[in-house]
Write a protein that binds this ligand. Structure first.
Ligand code: ZN
Length: 140
């Protein structure tokens, strides 16, 4: 295992232990979406608050494996403050990256690039994707 893989694993474990923007709000201004991944027990809810075309806030509640919980946490950190258009571009690039498809490398995935390694583990791809798919749906 390379040093980069070790660093990525440390970042993932840090987000797993200290998930950012955790805890849902009871506010109908947020668009909410929940996705479960029965194959490993992941259960993720994402709530997105959009104002004036910008992502003002995101809340998440994720239970399951370290990859799914950490990917929900990283997502919230990256997306808050982005425009909806920027967020959609980042989501598409990210989902293509984890499924080992071509993606626009000029898009900065920031800390989400730590999940690039999951493409080598087909069983974990869904774990790394569900928070992002759930988030994408809240933007529609
Ligand atoms: Zn999982």
């Amino acid at each position: 295992m390379s040093n980069l893989d070790n660093l990525y694993r440390e970042i993932i474990m840090e987000h797993y232990k200290n998930p950012r923007n955790h805890g849902l709000v009871d506010n109908s201004d947020y668009k909410s979406n929940r996705i479960k991944n029965p194959s490993c027990g992941d259960d993720i809810t994402i709530q997105t608050l959009v104002e004036d075309g910008k992502i003002k806030d995101i809340k998440q509640e994720a239970t399951g494996c370290s990859i799914s919980v950490a990917s929900a946490s990283v997502l919230t950190e990256i997306m808050i403050g982005k425009t909806v258009e920027e967020a959609k571009e980042i989501v598409n690039a990210y989902l293509n990256m984890v499924t080992d498809k071509e993606y626009n490398q000029t898009i900065d995935l920031e800390e989400a690039s730590v999940f690039s390694g999951v493409k080598k583990f087909p069983a974990r791809i869904k774990c790394a994707s569900i928070a992002w798919v759930a988030f994408k749906d809240t933007l529609e």
